[in-house]
Design a protein around this ligand. Structure first.
Ligand code: COS
Length: 384
């Protein structure tokens, strides 16, 4: 749902220009230094990018899902690290509070997240609980008006920068499944919370992940999201449904960027006496990529509109994440192929994007988990 086309157009034009004029020129520097310059972080705050998906009453732009994916279609045309910086505040690091938080929790945390004053992170994954998220082992034991958290979370995006964590932990030791899990807001700096060393990733330099370790970390009971035990897994799944749509839009954008780079390379690179873009085998790679991007883009828009209508989009979000991330991987592969030897060296951004986009098929649920969700939902629907 687009609420006001004119306002949205202004935002989209601003983001498109900002990506082209400010972010793209910094891509190589960010990849080399593994840091996003502070001035860019400040500019992104001023543009409101940290609060795109936070309701207006809490200081965000309150974009609908359709509007949000359209912004992601532009923001994703540069290094994914830039999107990742603002990604958790709009997505997994804030939506637990937006969707299931109490009014008090929303009023306290959301305005700060929307302004980019604080960074939020989402702590679900553990060393032994990745795809099987419901098997997580981190515990939260009630002790008076506090909970005592123990456990380790792994690959937590933006953890080194985070000021608050949405932490999924088991409050009912007798319930080993999803129903024993609760979600908490834990502030960085709380005694007993420490960070591991920053992970050395294949790509997405400038976006940081690390372990988050809880050792008798005491959290006020008031920080239990929604003040309700046993629903933390559902909160996490609802957060991921939305997150998967956003990531799908980012996949579309990254694929468009790579295809655009490949097209221009093919139009300039001459072999056998003419630009390689004139050869049909090159054209096939460009055309297949264009068609697949078009399909993914429309899937994402359709699913976003359905979510805006209040529909359950669990299946559609997984369809989008599966198709768009796999599509992005195929486009990355073809873009390198079109570049030939030049695609394998770092003089061209396609080499970096090839590594960056590999993560899309893994995080916020692997392709295999998306397949599992889709098929399960089909079977459940057929069973009535
Ligand atoms: N929205 C709301 N509730 C949901 C839900 C959703 N999208 N998906 C599941 N639930 C609910 C179920 O309805 C069920 O509730 P009841 O017990 O009341 O019926 C509960 O949550 C448990 O669901 P389910 O039985 O399907 O859980 P499983 O452990 O079998 O599997 C999968 C769930 C595999 C889908 C889940 O663990 C998953 O998404 N794994 C991937 C995790 C992931 O994406 N990690 C990425 C890192 S975080 S960035």
């Amino acid at each position: 749902m687009v609420r006001d086309q004119e306002t949205l157009n202004v935002l989209l034009e601003t983001v498109t220009r900002y990506v082209k004029e400010r972010l793209v020129p910094y891509e190589e520097q960010v990849a080399e230094t593994d840091e996003i310059p502070a001035e860019l972080v400040q500019e992104m705050k001023e543009l409101g990018l940290f609060g795109l998906a936070i309701p207006e009453e809490y200081g965000g732009l309150g974009l609908t899902m359709e509007e949000e994916v359209m912004v992601a279609f532009e923001l994703g045309k540069t290094s994914p690290a830039f999107r990742s910086l603002i990604g958790t505040n709009n997505g997994i690091g804030a939506q637990g509070i937006v969707i299931d938080g109490t009014e008090e929790q929303k009023h306290y945390y959301l305005p700060k997240l929307a302004a980019g004053e604080i960074i939020g992170a989402f702590a679900l994954t553990e060393p032994d609980a990745g795809s099987d998220a419901a098997s997580l082992r981190t515990t939260a034991r009630r002790d008076g008006d506090q909970y005592v958290i123990n456990g380790t979370k792994r690959f937590i995006t933006n953890a080194p920068e985070a000021d608050i964590f949405t932490v999924m932990a088991r409050t009912d030791p007798n319930n080993k499944g999803a129903g024993g899990i609760s979600a908490f807001i834990v502030e960085a700096g709380t005694p007993g919370l420490s960070l591991g060393k920053i992970d050395k990733k294949m790509g997405q330099k400038g976006a940081h992940t690390c372990d988050v370790i809880f050792e008798d970390c005491r959290v006020p009971a008031a920080n239990l999201i929604g003040h309700k035990e046993g629903v933390g897994f559902k909160t996490a799944m609802k957060v991921l449904d939305k997150g998967r749509l956003h990531i799908s839009a980012v996949c579309v954008a990254a694929a468009e960027r790579m295809l655009n780079d490949a097209l221009h390379y093919a139009m300039n690179r001459k072999q056998f006496g003419k630009p390689i873009a004139e050869f049909q085998l090159i054209q096939a790679m460009l055309a297949d990529s264009k068609a697949e991007i078009y399909a993914a883009r429309n899937m994402v828009l359709d699913a976003a509109r359905r979510r805006d209508q209040g529909k359950d989009v669990g299946t559609e979000a997984s369809c989008c994440k599966l198709f768009a991330s796999e599509m992005c991987g195929r486009v990355a592969d073809r873009a390198v192929q079109v570049h030939g030897g030049s695609g394998y060296v770092s003089d061209y951004s396609v080499e970096r994007f090839y590594r960056d986009v590999r993560l899309f098929r893994i995080y916020e649920g692997t392709s295999q988990i998306q397949q599992l969700v889709i098929a399960r939902n089909m079977i459940r629907a057929a069973e009535g």
